[in-house]
Design a protein around this ligand. Sequence first.
Ligand code: RNT
Ligand code: ZN
Length: 419
Amino acid sequence: MSSERIRKGYEYAKEVYAAYGVDVDAAIERIDAIPVSMHCWQGDDVIGFEGTGSLTGGIQTTGNYPGRARTAEELRGDIDFAMTMIPGETKLNLHASYAEKHGKDIDRDQYTIAEFQNWADWAKAKGIGMDFNPTFFSHPMVKDNLTLSSPDEAVRAYWIRHAVACRRIAAYFARELGTHCLCNIWIPDGYKDVPADRLSPRLRLRDSLDQIFAEPLPGVIDSVESKFFGIGLEAYTVGSSEFYANYAATHPGVYNLMDSGHYHPEESIADKIPAQLAFYDKLPLHVTRPMHWDSDHVVTLTDDLRGIADEIVRCNACDKALIGLDFFDGSINRVAAWVIGTRNMQKALLLALLTPHQALAELQDSCRFTELLTLQEEYKSLPWGEVWAEYCRRQDVPENEKWLSAVQQYERQVLAERK
Ligand code: RNT
Ligand code: ZN
């Protein structure tokens, strides 16, 4: 579309929204300030650069699309390129398994900023913040699918050391980049079949977490991520929802990260947001698209996604939400996957910002439910696409699927060279 047509469409949308009391310029300004943390692991199928070459821990990437990033330079190049098609504020969410060891033989429990300096320099040059994750999978010290809850004290101590090292690296990122760093703990620990003892692993995990979080680290926001089950770990997950919710509730400064793919498919993730916000000043999220038994499909503009964005906006939690993406698809162009998923998160936020939530809440409070349902449904067809197009124009990124031809060119010129 020409800028002239985008401008005209925007003027029209402005008028339509103004009739509902919605200020579209303000919505554009607000969305531009909400950072979405892009996960590095979409670019290489969660393999990392430590040389392990495979993914374990009850998660799996499927697909053999050519062009997987094999080095940190390639991955940073792909992320740089993806970010040219994404409007607004972004962060990078990095896993410890993306360490650059520079030929040294150094294990995860000994990592320091030296292994992540390139990432920090890269983020600094781009002017973006970073989030960080210790990696408790794809490693020989994961014994029988156990890490922080292992009955083997050597295994447990190893993973505690790893997490302690990672929190210090996260503190460095926060200091260097001038913005907080979410340091999220997700462990695969669990059992394939019905366990004989469900309590002891959880008590060991609690003790491990207490040791990990003992050191106060300014700039680090700590979170723990629960899961319902993993692949091959169907019967029991040590870090369940109740376990971490209670852990966070009793440990100020530790937050309960909700991954939208880690609950029963019939549970509403959106509904969990205000429940958390009634107690916490931060809301860390992994946004993904669950399908049947697993999470991790590319985020699309579903009602579930819109529900999440709506709650963030109407609970006044744009400053509290720490929105991270978490999907991995190796069956399509990986750069395109990032662009599609991240733009959809932003579209959902924009849609939420364009909804007259106050007016709807007033209808609820006065029990005018027929009007409420009517407006909720009619609002769905307001011309938000015109506002999105104008936002993209202002950000100098393609407003529609035009970005795909750039990705296809990148595929021919860059990705095709990776054999
Ligand atoms: C796994 C968790 C976790 C991972 C990443 C790679 O089920 O969602 O967040 O996806 O840490
Ligand atoms: Zn997750």
